[in-house]
Design a binder for this molecule. Structure first.
Ligand SMILES: Nc1nc2c(ncn2[C@@H]2O[C@H](COP(=O)(O)OP(=O)(O)OP(=O)(O)O)[C@@H](O)[C@H]2O)c(=O)[nH]1
Length: 253
């Protein structure tokens, strides 16, 4: 049977609440756009919504009720916004690169939990909203957190989302370019709404991660063991590859 992929990389979406991280992810993997903003909730890294739901159905309901109460939301609110990660396979230089893209919660109150995800990331999207000067200012804070908690070799890319909102723009393209240059990052303005630059942005970061890990490629290449481990993980999390083998695994948008 042909191998489904050669290497697996973990990418992370970071940025303030509401900049469009979940929408970028859903657009890239499912070509969908969700107009309403339902904030992502973070769970500690060793948990997984799907695992909890499958293995501990009563427990997950209790947790959900607790979260609903804590966030002054409703039970439905909790059940709608669980996002863990989505997967997609790209072909780069003849190499099948499987990327596992983790969504994170932008809200301040989840930052302790979110930081638990940095350590295992090989690539990070630092996302701001071009209609929010504040979200742009906060990129410096996100970048310094990445420097502190992510591996030294982690690749970063700056993303100015909502480029379709021309009339509400607060951050000029030149400001984004300047900041990206200062941090030595590539820069893209995107729109999850119009699908502008989405594939380009995700592919670019995957290419950078691949280039940074070229030396270790043989180690990273999927071995028989990795195949078994991944299959076990996916089975554990109740995930199913689907016919194309390309779609999201543990994402409910
Ligand atoms: N016009 C426009 N709206 C967008 C775009 N991307 C996201 N939005 C809207 O922005 C809001 C927030 O999007 P989300 O993807 O939920 O934001 P998030 O960064 O995941 O937010 P948290 O989960 O709270 O961290 C939603 O109302 C989206 O519909 C875009 O490219 N253009």
């Amino acid at each position: 049977m042909a191998k489904q992929y050669d290497v697996l990389f973990r990418l992370l979406l970071l940025g303030d609440s509401g900049v469009g991280k979940t929408c970028l992810l859903c657009r890239f993997t499912d070509n969908e756009f969700h107009p309403s903003h339902i904030s992502t909730i973070a769970l500690p890294r060793f948990w997984s919504w799907s695992l909890l739901e499958k293995r501990l159905p009563v427990f997950i309901r209790c947790i959900s009720l607790l979260f609903a109460w804590k966030t002054e939301g409703t039970v439905q609110y909790i059940f709608l916004q669980r996002v863990d990660f989505k997967m997609k396979t790209l072909l780069i230089d003849g190499i099948k690169v499987r990327i596992q893209i983790w969504d994170t919660a932008g809200q301040e109150r989840y930052q302790t939990i979110t930081k638990q995800y940095y350590r295992r990331a090989q690539g990070i999207f630092l996302v701001y909203d071009i209609t929010s000067e504040r979200s742009f200012q906060h990129i410096m804070k996100w970048a310094s957190d990445v420097d502190e908690y992510a591996p030294d070799k982690v690749q970063k890319i700056l993303v100015g989302n909502k480029s379709d909102e021309v009339d509400k723009r607060q951050v000029a393209t030149e400001q984004g370019l300047k900041l990206a240059k200062a941090y030595g990052m590539d820069f893209f303005e995107t729109s999850a709404f119009t699908n502008h630059n989405i594939t380009e942005t995700f592919t670019r970061l995957a290419e950078q991660v691949l280039a940074a890990n070229k030396k270790d490629l043989d180690l990273l290449r999927m071995t028989m063991n990795d195949e078994i481990n991944l299959a076990a993980l996916e089975e554990e999390e109740g995930l199913c590859d689907g016919a194309a083998g390309d779609q999201g695994k543990a994402c409910w948008c």
